[in-house]
Design a protein around this ligand. Structure first.
Ligand code: NAD
Length: 247
């Protein structure tokens, strides 16, 4: 199938589905200037994220966590949604998308206007105290780190603060199981955008859908099960699908 036929087929499947959901990964945000993990030039080639973004590093070596992983997180908050994010928000607004599960912590789906979003690896809008659990805006942590107060601490009880993201070694949050149940009960079509589908347990979600559309630059382990596989950029494919559905 050529590219035009693939776009048409994808739009048709979305039009016909009753409960279409979307699953996004880091590839969704590369066009917003945020590197993914596994592409050439991705973060895994820079410094293995597991060495800086893990719960173990946060608890045992907070300086490394805050100077490397957290500083990268802080940069991500300056990114803006791209045409792919806006198109997914539009698909939900048009009634075609029932909800969106994302592995991304960048918050760009929320910024783009998507309403039903399960950010299953957390987000960069807030943090909390490991002692009294009090929540603070993410900016509050950033301000302390910029003043070299590392690790940032809670003004009420002086314990360390951490961002609301799921680090390597953290358990998955209840939100993940909520998304799992919703997909298992309802999903007749899952639109996968920009994910290598190798990071578990999120990579188990496509198995819950009755049909799959995969938009990803590189092959994924689910390609042979998908109704349509499009090896193109999300920022090109998604607006084209919206255009067909609006016509
Ligand atoms: P991944 O890096 O494993 O895979 C990304 C995939 O996206 C790759 O296969 C790549 O070919 C593809 N891709 C890159 N740019 C694309 C584009 N414009 N259009 C279509 N495809 C594109 O990422 P993953 O599957 O999300 O899993 C890894 C983990 O990365 C997740 O746990 C996630 O939390 C974390 N992560 C998140 C961010 C973010 O918040 N933006 C950034 C880096 C990593």
């Amino acid at each position: 199938m050529n590219y035009i036929a693939q776009i048409r087929e994808a739009a048709e499947l979305i039009r016909e589905s009753a409960h279409c959901y979307c699953l996004t990964g880091a590839g969704m945000s590369t066009e917003s200037g945020i590197p993914d993990f596994r592409s050439p030039g991705g973060l895994w080639q820079e410094i293995a994220p597991i060495k800086t973004s893990s719960a173990e590093v946060l608890y045992n070596n907070p300086r490394v966590f805050y100077e490397v992983a957290f500083t990268r997180f802080a940069r991500i908050t300056r990114a803006e949604p791209n045409a792919g994010h806006s198109s997914l928000a539009r698909l939900e607004q048009m009634g075609y998308l029932k909800g969106l599960v994302t592995q991304n912590i960048d918050g760009l789906h929320v910024k783009a206007g998507s309403q039903r979003v399960w950010e299953v690896h957390g987000h960069l809008r807030s943090g909390y105290c490991l002692g009294c659990q009090k929540r603070y805006p993410f900016e509050f942590l950033v301000e302390q780190v910029e003043r070299q107060q590392i690790p940032p601490s809670c003004p009420s009880c002086n314990h360390m603060l951490r961002p609301d993201v799921v680090l390597f070694g953290d358990p998955m949050p209840p939100l993940f199981y909520e998304a799992w149940e919703e997909l298992a009960g309802q999903c007749d079509l899952l639109l996968v955008c920009g994910s290598s589908l190798v990071v578990y347990p999120v990579a188990e979600l496509p198995a819950l859908a009755r049909k799959l559309i995969i938009i990803n630059l590189e092959p994924t382990p689910y390609d042979h099960l998908a109704a349509v596989v499009i090896r193109e950029k999300c920022g090109r494919v998604l607006p084209a699908i919206v255009e067909l559905l609006e016509a």
